[in-house]
Design a protein around this ligand. Structure first.
Ligand code: AMP
Ligand code: MG
Length: 318
């Protein structure tokens, strides 16, 4: 069984191929705008232009041709509508049946696959998404999430406002190493996070104190908020594994904090390699092979606001 997965929800166009439960190709091309943020229509244009080339690269890496592919999976949401549409049009051009894959679920499944995890609490932190997710009663339930912007976007917005080049996350992390703590608003509401106010306050702080202090205070506050909610979710669900994934998982301070949270609760801690933390086609292929059921492509559509907890997880037997 050979499964191709297509990812196009945001800045990355990716194609992965899985053969009998083994990843044999994972190719991608990332859209980068002049200023660093995503202009959805430009990203979609990028995907349309590069789709065929990325797929050819994946097939050649796998030593296969398109006719050898038994099943095509597509990440139909959540994501930016123009980007999703570009992926949909491409998938329809190569296959008349498609497995609809939820992007967030795919981040969990690739983490479980490469980390050989059974039943993790997943902390998924990317540019646009920040969610704490765990399996319960046939679904991936969302135990906590941001009410406004994703953690990565919070880093990027703050970074841009203090004149740092994109992507801002790594730069803020670097400067934070030399900073001292100044008070900033810490906003956790129940199991929800709110980052926009913190960004505004940190921007103001940067005008009065050293930029390093603003970076340190922003990072410590943002990550502590995430840690609080993650810790509560871990204590409540009693999961024995903590999976940290998404682009922000590259942050060393975040890894240190999450590892401590896991250890405190007797859970193991795992972060996939960068290749599998960021958006990629292999995660869509892995998830499509778990789902196994394709729809006629004319019945497949994009789902820009599709939540992980809307997906019935039939491949996990309890
Ligand atoms: P993704 O959306 O999964 O591709 O992840 C990209 C996001 O991760 C961007 O918002 C980056 O700023 C952020 N990011 C990448 N590396 C780091 C880092 N070391 N610290 C904080 N954020 C980061
Ligand atoms: Mg993602």
């Amino acid at each position: 069984m050979r499964v191709m997965g297509i990812e196009s929800t945001a800045h990355t166009f990716g194609v992965g191929i899985v053969e009998n439960g083994k990843i044999i190709a994972n190719e991608r091309d990332m859209y980068l705008s002049e200023k660093g943020g995503i202009v959805p229509t430009e990203a979609a244009e990028h995907h349309r232009k590069l789709a065929n080339e990325v797929m050819r690269r994946a097939l050649s890496r796998a030593g296969l041709s398109l006719e050898d592919i038994d099943l095509v999976g597509l990440s139909v949401g959540p994501g930016l509508p123009p980007c999703l549409k570009a992926g949909l049009d491409f998938a329809k051009s190569i296959s008349d049946s498609i497995v609809e894959v939820n992007h967030c679920v795919a981040h969990i499944e690739i983490g479980r696959f490469v980390g050989k995890l059974k039943d993790p609490l997943t902390v998924y932190v990317s540019g646009g998404n920040t969610q704490i997710i765990a399996y319960a009663g046939g679904r991936y339930r969302i135990f906590g999430e941001t009410l406004d912007i994703g953690l990565g976007n919070a880093y990027d917005k703050f970074a841009r406002s203090i004149g740092l080049p994109m992507p801002g996350g790594p730069k803020v992390e670097e400067l934070a190493k030399k900073g001292k703590y100044k008070e900033l608003p810490y906003t956790v509401k129940g199991m929800s996070l709110v980052y926009a106010g913190l960004v505004t306050a940190a921007e103001k702080l940067a005008k009065r104190y050293r930029i390093e202090d603003a970076c340190y205070s922003f990072q410590e506050t943002a990550l502590s908020m995430l840690a609080e909610v993650s810790e509560r979710a871990l204590a409540h669900t009693k999961k024995r594994e903590l999976l940290l994934t998404g682009g922000v998982a590259a942050n060393k301070r975040l890894r240190e904090i999450m590892k401590a949270v896991a250890e405190e609760h007797g859970a193991s801690f795992y972060v996939p390699d960068r290749e599998y933390c960021g958006d990629n086609g292999a995660m869509i292929a892995i998830t499509a092979s778990l789902i196994g059921k394709a729809k006629k492509s004319e019945d497949v559509d994009i789902k820009p606001n599709w939540r992980a907890d809307d997906v019935e997880v039939l491949w996990i037997k309890k």
